[in-house]
Ligand binder design. Structure first.
Ligand code: FAD
Length: 391
């Protein structure tokens, strides 16, 4: 039987960080994963350049039933702490937009940095290892395809359900349940949204068209690109709002953010009243979208035929296009899983289960989900770090 101080289940971002920190403290650490390689999501993240953190980490960028839960870990191991490690490893990075930090080269540099640190602190890594049941017996006993592992502490870092093709299983939720920990219902987040056939039909010619816009739902809104696809809507603004959207909700899309379309149309009417509405609109939005908006507005005639009220109505449609998705593309393409192990059951400082000493949950398996833009990796680093200090 393999005996260790800390067994960490899942060698993703959170599990590797927890292993490094526990190893740094001199603990005997075993990191177990069923995948062929550690940190596969890091490797493919950010289009291969890993958006490893964000300069503007703040509470409102995280969704959870208890939005304040994440703060403790995020404050103790901050984006600046992670950036310092990246700098010390000689990895060059840049801010792409909105505080999002990416490697100049490749996400493999972040992965190599973590693997080097795991080796430095003598962490044992078992890959391609299946994990079975976990029982409490002199600490914990974990059944694996390589035999029983006995560990004083167990850190569950098996992530969410997103991208099953890459090894996501929902295993961590079952572990939590088996120890009586409450779960918050899970659903795909940061995911393209789909439209009903009758809504999609008139939008089909727009497939591939994108605009700099704003997607909002009540008080929450995101100023980023919106993309029309052959199945619905996507692009960063839609991925962001998808984490807030629920079945039945109607989104509001501003398709020409920052442009005063009403004023623009009035000026165009003065200058060239004979032009068609769609031609005038095409000064502000892509031509195909202008055509669609003209049809939806039901206005007929050219610009000179429209009074101010009609032009305002058209502009209001451009800035407040209502759309009601029917669903999402699901876990197949979702970047994250919303919900998970309830934060009520965990100590915010250590990530330890309040009622099961020695059992920890870190990263995406916990009911903490970040916005698009490096927030999810920062949560993985911070929560993994916090557990690694005490496990
Ligand atoms: P994971 O990274 O998912 O790691 C979980 C590990 O557990 C995996 O190695 C898995 O193989 C293992 N595992 C699961 N089940 C079992 C089991 N039953 N037995 C054994 N092992 C198991 N976030 C950002 O902040 N920036 C980005 O640029 C970014 N890009 C992304 C791109 C894509 C395509 C996707 C899908 C996600 C992206 N994310 C990004 C989100 C980010 O990858 C996750 O939030 C983060 O990886 C979560 O870390 P984690 O360690 O909790 O889980």
């Amino acid at each position: 039987m393999m005996q260790v101080d800390v067994a960490i289940l899942g060698a993703g971002a959170a599990g590797m960080m927890a292993a490094i920190e526990a190893g740094r403290r001199g603990r005997r650490v075993l990191l177990i994963d069923h995948a062929k390689a550690a940190g596969e999501k890091i490797r493919i993240s950010g289009g291969g350049r890993c958006n490893f953190t964000n300069l503007h980490i703040r509470p409102e960028c995280f969704l959870s039933q208890n939005p304040r839960f994440a703060l403790s870990a995020l404050k103790r191991f901050t984006q600046w702490d992670f950036i310092a490690r990246v700098d010390a490893a000689g990895i060059k990075w840049h801010e792409k937009t909105l505080g999002q930090l990416f490697c100049n080269g490749s996400s493999r540099e972040i992965l190599s940095m973590l693997l080097r640190e795991l080796a430095e602190f003598g962490v044992t890594i078992w890959l391609e290892t299946e994990i079975g049941s976990i029982r409490r017996r002199n600490g914990f006993q974990i059944e694996t395809s390589r035999g029983i592992v006995s560990a004083a502490s167990v850190i569950v870092a098996t992530g969410g359900k997103s991208i099953p093709k890459m090894g996501a299983t929902g295993f961590g939720y079952r572990v939590a349940e088996s120890f009586g920990l409450p779960l918050v219902e899970t659903r795909p987040g940061l995911v393209p949204l789909t439209l009903a056939e009758q809504v999609l039909e008139p939008l089909k010619p727009l497939s591939g068209t994108s605009v700099e816009g704003r997607a909002s739902l009540g008080p929450v809104g995101f100023d980023e690109a919106i993309l029309f696809t052959h199945r619905g809507i996507s692009g960063p603004a839609i991925l962001q709002i998808s984490s807030y959207w629920r079945e039945g909700d109607t989104l509001n899309l501003d398709l020409a953010r920052g442009v005063d379309v009403a004023q623009g149309l009035r000026e165009a009417r003065q200058d060239a009243g004979r032009v068609q509405l769609r031609t005038a609109l095409a000064r502000f939005v892509p031509e195909k979208l202008a055509r669609h908006l003209e049809t939806v507005s039901t206005l007929t005639g050219n610009l000179a035929d429209q009074n101010n009220a009609r032009l305002d109505k058209l502009a209001a449609l451009v800035h407040g296009y209502p759309i009601t998705p029917v669903g999402s593309e699901g876990y197949r393409t979702a970047e994250v899983t919303l919900g998970g192990v309830s934060t009520d059951a965990l100590d915010a400082r250590t990530m330890q289960a309040k009622d099961v000493p020695g059992l920890f949950f870190v990263g995406e398996v916990v009911d903490v989900t970040g916005w698009l833009g490096g927030y999810n990796f920062q949560w993985a680093w911070s929560s993994g770090w916090a557990a690694g200090q005490v496990a």
